[in-house]
Design a protein around this ligand. Structure first.
Ligand code: NAD
Length: 353
């Protein structure tokens, strides 16, 4: 059955993949995004002229406007992806993370709860909070996080996401608000803002600039293709049970240094360097990030079993396609970096959280 989805943060990396998926599958989608430095409507070019898609530029902090949007659009499902997301930025300037990720989520909960209580859709309404495995802190060499893992965030970013998750849980327990939390591992794919590890390495490499890697690059991350995450969120919206949490992992663990070497090898094959022999010569170990978590890995057992979701994109295939996408979209990267007056010198700093 076709549903009405209000997606917040739908112009960002994961939000836009979700909006593209939902619009193409015929759902009615309203995308509400503040268009911060990391949000850009060009991510939605493929679907922006469709009659089942509309856009509203707004900040989730603005309660009055959020209330209006809810009461005019009357969504069946709200999925919150509006957030500040870059760990390094959260270390330099945590305030905006507190505002958007905590106060913004609180405001959404308050307004969605009012809307839900008075709505004819009361029995079917769902609110989905898109969260991260970073809220659980750092894993040792073995095991994985899952739905029972204790919260232990390390960075201002992960602490702000953890706070939001606690608010969402409290709204479910206290007000019987039909909320669901998803905690996902690191995403990769097209349209990721080029400050994050994978696009940063690709862009620096093709310019034959240093490839900065924190510490010795031994930190381990679990990668999931953004289209698989979008499919998981749609699945949770359709079949997820209010009050539940779903962990979403890609089962693709790799050390940062090995990931950077893998990108170098793929680039070496498809776009050999001009003035050096080998892209790997550019790898530069830099001082580690404070509070850098050693390992993240998250189980996907529950979502596989209960909701019948499985990741479909093979990591090697998805990574090569992502590299090709960035090579073909260098103009997009330049445009969003220029448009957002993004300071190019920041590209010396990487995120792998
Ligand atoms: P992103 O930075 O690419 O996009 C965030 C979007 O939110 C942007 O379009 C931005 O304009 C919008 N936004 C920011 N503040 C806003 C506000 N106050 N009001 C309205 N819109 C606002 O981030 P992403 O990587 O797409 O992440 C989306 C969500 O998924 C976040 O909640 C993040 O914590 C979570 N998540 C991300 C990853 C990952 O690997 N990228 C993994 C797990 C979970």
């Amino acid at each position: 059955m076709k549903k009405k989805y209000l997606i917040t943060g739908g112009a960002g990396f994961i939000g836009s993949a979700l909006v593209r998926n939902l619009v193409k599958s015929g759902q009615q989608v309203l995308n509400c995004d503040k268009l911060t430095y990391s949000g850009d409507l060009s991510t939605l070019k493929e679907v922006s002229d469709k009659t089942n898609y509309s856009f509203f530029k707004e900040d989730i902090i603005n309660k009055k406007k959020i209330s209006k949007i809810l009461n005019n659009f009357k969504p069946d499902v709200v999925i919150n992806l509006a957030a500040e997301t870059h760990v390094d930025r959260s270390i330099e300037n945590p305030e905006v993370f507190i505002k958007t990720n905590i106060i913004g989520t609180y405001n959404l909960l308050v307004e969605c709860n009012k809307y839900f209580s008075n709505s004819a859709k009361k029995n079917s309404f769902k609110f989905i909070q898109v969260s991260t495995d970073e809220v659980f802190g750092s894993l040792g060499n073995k095991g994985t996080f899952n739905e029972q893992s204790a919260y232990d965030p390390s960075s201002p970013y992960s602490a702000s996401k953890a706070s939001a998750d606690h608010l969402v849980k409290a709204w479910n327990k206290t007000y019987n608000f039909p909320s669901i939390i998803t905690n996902c591992s690191n995403n990769y794919g097209p349209f990721q803002f080029p400050e994050k590890l994978i696009p940063l390495i690709i862009l620096n490499a093709v310019q034959e600039k240093n490839l900065p890697v924190y510490g010795k690059g031994l930190q381990v991350r679990d990668w999931l293709h953004v289209d698989d995450h979008a499919r998981a969120l749609k699945c949770v919206a359709e079949k997820g049970v209010p009050g539940e949490t779903y962990s979403i992992g890609g089962s693709n663990e790799i050390k940062n240094i090995d990931l950077v070497k893998k990108i170098c090898l793929i680039l070496q094959k498809i776009k050999p360097p001009k003035s050096i022999q080998n892209y790997q010569e550019l790898i530069t170990l830099v001082e580690d990030r404070p509070g850098h978590d050693f390992r993240y890995a998250i189980s996907n057992k529950k979502i596989k079993k209960k909701l019948r979701w499985i990741p479909k994109v093979d990591f090697n295939v998805g990574l090569e396609k992502t590299i090709v996408w960035y090579l073909q979209n260098l103009a997009w990267c330049k445009k969003i970096l220029d448009k957002k007056k993004y300071k190019l010198q920041r590209l010396g700093i990487i995120k792998n959280g």
